[in-house]
Design a binder for this molecule. Structure first.
Ligand code: LMR
Length: 397
């Protein structure tokens, strides 16, 4: 049965980590996968998370199954995080949230549900988008097309082209948006542009699906939700796939959520019932630990304040690294202008490095970058910065 099976290609992002781990060079640098590293090159466990885990350990009494959708504590915490604690969307019960295994699990459940309910709808993704989006949604059976997003010339957002494309998308199709910290470019719309995007999506009668994996890592928790909140204000229906891997540092706990907002609570409950059937068929019910940690932090004033302060430090450190990277390249006499990296948000930037330069970085310097040239700024440290920038200088020459 399996003799003729071919080797699948390595994953463009996680496959790099596998190669990185095997590399014997003790000066190797991994700027591939989007994980945050501290100044010692370690992905730390946040202190608020450790405190929450201690609390949970003391009071845990069972390892029984969670309900298919997860717990209400978690669902409400997620909705408050997304829409604001006093949002009318929450009070009117138009929102329902399931605890999904990671942001990827949430996206896949959204894909499965949408394909079940509306199999002819096409899903539109930004060009470029996260390397896994197309795989997730095509595996769920959806047809995928792209809309323009990134302007290679300005290294910025091509707002006009995106709006023009949205206006032409057929009614009933789905538009995938990055809530903030666009992956892979680090280029986000302004609040005014978000308003226009939301209006265009509403006018064209499209379903917005927001992939929200970096809330709190661009400008701040509330500020980063501006795009989503504009969309929820102008569109009756919106789906949100949340990931808490980055902003809580809970990568291996697979803490994600899928939130549905429909026109009325009745419609929401019906759609939720279909989603629960899909979950039952895919993984039955969610893993508990990550959601318990998040709900514990969100419902404890002190832990929440501490977590917000830790998140702010992460955000500020990434911004500092962006500036240091640009300055170090400049000080080394690199002619190419990298200043746009300072203005981009979140973990990633599209460096402009070519496939060939990326290969050279890996082969000659044990520096791992995604082939598209996307770099994870949060993987830099001030101590590896000179080595990194010297290597970039060399491959650019
Ligand atoms: C990334 O883009 O590097 C992260 O979202 C991790 C992943 O699963 O690809």
């Amino acid at each position: 049965m399996f003799e003729h099976v071919e080797m699948a290609p390595a994953d463009p992002i996680l496959g790099l980590t596998e190669a990185f781990k095997k590399d014997p060079n003790d000066k190797k640098i991994n700027l591939g996968v989007g994980i945050y590293k501290d100044e010692h090159g370690i992905t730390p466990i946040m202190e608020a998370v450790k405190f929450a885990e201690e609390k949970l350990f003391q009071r845990e009494e069972t390892k029984g199954y969670l309900p298919i959708a997860g717990t209400d504590d978690y669902s409400i915490a997620v909705q408050q995080f997304l829409f604001g604690a006093d949002s009318s969307i929450i009070f009117s019960q138009r929102a329902a949230t399931i605890h999904a295994p990671g942001g990827t699990g949430a996206l896949r459940m959204a894909g499965e549900l949408l394909h079940k309910i509306s199999p002819k709808s096409t899903l539109w993704v930004s060009d470029p988008t996260w390397a896994n989006h197309k795989g997730i949604f095509s595996a769920a059976g959806l047809n995928i097309k792209t809309y323009p997003y990134y302007d290679e010339k300005t290294k910025g957002f091509d707002f006009e082209a995106m709006i023009a494309a949205i206006e032409k998308i057929p009614e009933g199709d789905i538009v995938l948006l990055h809530g903030c910290c666009h992956n892979p470019t680090g280029v986000d719309p302004t609040p005014e542009q978000w308003n226009a995007i939301a209006q265009a999506i509403s006018d064209s009668k499209l379903l917005p699906l927001v992939d929200f994996a970096y809330q709190g890592l661009a400008v701040g928790i509330e500020e980063d939700a501006i795009g989503l909140r504009e969309i929820a204000k102008l569109c009756d229906t919106v789906f949100v796939a949340s990931s808490f891997s980055k902003n809580f540092g809970l990568y291996c706990e697979r803490a994600g959520a899928l939130t549905l907002v429909c026109e009325t609570p009745e419609v929401t409950q019906k759609v939720l019932s279909q989603l629960k059937t899909t979950v039952r068929q895919c993984y039955s019910n969610p893993p508990a630990h990550g959601g318990l940690i998040i709900a514990t932090i969100m419902n404890d004033e002190k832990l929440r304040t501490d977590w917000e302060a830790e998140l702010a430090k992460m955000r500020e450190r990434i911004q500092h690294l962006r500036e240091l990277f640009v300055e170090t390249l400049k000080d080394l006499g690199v002619q190419q202008d990298f200043s746009f990296i300072k203005d981009q948000k979140g973990m990633f930037s599209f460096s402009g490095l070519t496939d060939n330069q990326v290969q050279q970085l890996r082969e000659k310097h044990s520096i791992y970058v995604v082939r598209s040239g996307r770099i994870n700024v949060a993987g830099m440290t001030s101590s590896n910065m000179p080595r990194l920038c010297n290597a970039i200088k060399e491959v650019l020459e």
